[in-house]
Design a protein around this ligand. Structure first.
Ligand SMILES: Cc1cc2nc3c(=O)[nH]c(=O)nc-3n(C[C@H](O)[C@H](O)[C@H](O)COP(=O)(O)OP(=O)(O)OC[C@H]3O[C@@H](n4cnc5c(N)ncnc54)[C@H](O)[C@@H]3O)c2cc1C
Length: 469
């Protein structure tokens, strides 16, 4: 099989799996790399085998698609047309004329370097959650909505007994229903979006009957578990000393301000909160790929503007797992054809292309209705920690803006250290942008992961000595 052209697919979520299966079936050798111990990404996250879950599918919908992808990957691994490298944390993709080196870190400390050489690269690195700060958000018991979901799917554990699920976005629905089905009392689902916005986009949303049915299923589950939904509301404060004991939620007016006198306290030990998602674009940025706002730009074949680099799934824009699957399939087919020296025939993926068009329209409609409160920064007191890694408060960021003239996230970072810590601003950048009153822009980090200096020094002196192809 070594005479086949070699494609490195980074990310084993729905997009990367669909791409791997499609490309391996059409004449290329695929190496699928992911930092996780199992394939599946965020959507098909499953309990570790040692937990011996009897019915892991109970926490999922669309399980058949997972079985199809898993079986497809297994078939290609057995045939030698694909290999799956788990626990590979990719920190950099290096571009050489006509080929690429994917640099990864292995091991529990992520300190052992390895390099994989390939003729082309397909980025399927997904997205991550956006969380905006409020007083009390750093208390133990406050978790991200996706984090609560990941804990449930990955470890079969829940983070408390009484939860409030809050923020904005479609992810709150599976989180609230998943926690309720797992036996957690979900005291409220607090969504800041305005129901009137859904009515205004009825046509675009109703054009997806499958998605409407999914929404109706969630509504029925919320009703069955007696979960109270508070639309056009937001969490203004988390209370507690050692850990979370309650939250205060309040109603929003039409302009996104808190309605005075509407605050109410809800006792809970868990707050699962999220304000949408952002694409993972670090690897694309360092490769020099063009971004459209925060998304990797791709053409109809899912090619980036850098020759030999494809991208699929949520790295190209947040849109859900079904869109990621369609994009991954198209990217895999296109990469396979082009690596074998053929111009692909788009008729071969016409069905996936139609699905992609429909779901991108649906995602745009959802994006226009789900939004954090327009004036969320008004609730953030000066002593609220904004950058958790460097313990920078909202007051420090405001001072940098008002007194030192910081007008963008990068200047605020240089003046306050917000965004200089371990997560490199992935968590705090949207908050700093909001407090500074500027647009959130890509951060152009040199590496996608923290890299030990010894690894960098080794790469400099012996670039590919420990590599594998
Ligand atoms: C925490 C979380 C929970 C979610 N829960 C739900 C849910 O319950 N229901 C729902 O409908 N949608 C959920 N979503 C959204 C859904 O998961 C996505 O729509 C879908 O998974 C997108 O597929 P993807 O293949 O683009 O990316 P993903 O599924 O996110 O896969 C990306 C993969 O890339 C890997 N990766 C990224 N960067 C690197 C790197 N540098 N090195 C190595 N590997 C890397 C990741 O480990 C991951 O496995 C969730 C999203 C998140 C972030």
């Amino acid at each position: 099989m070594t005479d086949r052209p070699h494609l490195a697919v980074i990310g084993a979520g729905p997009a990367g799996l669909a791409a791997t299966v499609a490309a391996a079936a059409h004449g290329v050798r695929v190496t699928l790399l992911d930092s996780a111990a199992q394939a599946g990404g965020q959507f098909y996250r499953r309990p570790a085998a040692e937990l011996r879950a009897h019915r892991p599918q109970a926490l999922h919908h669309d399980w058949r698609t997972w079985e199809r992808l898993r079986d497809g990957l297994d078939t290609h691994v057995k045939a030698g047309t694909a290999r799956h490298l788990t626990d590979h944390h990719i920190w950099f993709v290096e571009r050489h004329p006509g080929r690429f080196t994917v640099h990864a870190l292995l091991g529990p400390e992520q300190e052992d370097p390895v390099a994989v050489h390939a003729d082309a690269v397909l980025l399927a690195t997904g997205g991550y959650e956006k969380v905006l700060p409020f007083p009390g958000w750093t208390l133990p018991g406050v978790v991200t909505a996706g984090g609560a979901q990941a804990m449930l799917k990955g470890t079969l554990a829940v983070s408390g007994r009484i939860a409030v699920v809050a923020g904005t976005g479609p992810l709150l629905l599976p989180v609230a229903t998943g926690l309720a089905a797992a036996g957690v009392e979900v005291a409220a689902l607090v969504e800041s979006a305005d129901p009137k916005a859904f009515v205004r986009r009825t046509l675009a949303l109703a054009a997806q009957p499958g998605k409407l049915a999914e929404g109706a299923r969630y509504a029925a589950q919320l009703a069955r578990h007696r979960v109270r939904t508070l639309a056009r509301h937001t969490v203004v404060e988390g209370h507690g000393t050692e850990r979370l004991e309650a939250v205060t939620v309040a109603a929003l007016d039409g302009a996104g301000h808190i309605r005075p006198g509407t605050g109410r306290r809800i006792p809970c030990d868990t707050l699962a909160v999220g304000h949408g998602m952002l694409p993972h674009t670090d690897l694309a940025e360092t490769l020099g790929c063009r971004l459209d706002a925060m998304d990797v730009h791709v053409d109809d074949e899912q090619r980036t503007d850098v020759s030999g680099v494809w991208a699929a799934g949520e790295t190209t824009g947040i849109g859900g797992s079904a869109l990621a699957l369609a994009e991954g399939h198209i990217a895999g087919r296109s990469a396979a054809a082009r690596l074998r020296g053929r111009a692909p025939d788009p008729r071969e993926w016409a069905a996936a292309a139609r699905t992609r068009t429909r779901l991108r329209e649906f995602a745009a409609a959802l994006d226009s209705v789900y939004a954090p409160p327009a004036h969320w920064t008004e609730q953030v007191t000066d002593d609220t920690v904004v950058c958790r890694c460097e313990e920078v408060t909202a007051g420090a960021v405001r001072e940098a803006v008002a007194e030192l003239g910081a007008g963008d996230v990068r200047t605020a970072k240089l003046l306050t250290r917000a965004g200089m810590g371990w997560c490199q601003g992935r968590m705090c950048a949207p908050a700093v942008a909001g407090l500074a009153g500027c647009e959130l822009t890509p951060s152009r980090r040199p590496f996608a992961r923290p890299v030990p200096l010894g690894v960098l020094a080794h790469e400099h002196t012996h670039p590919t000595e420990r590599g594998s192809s």
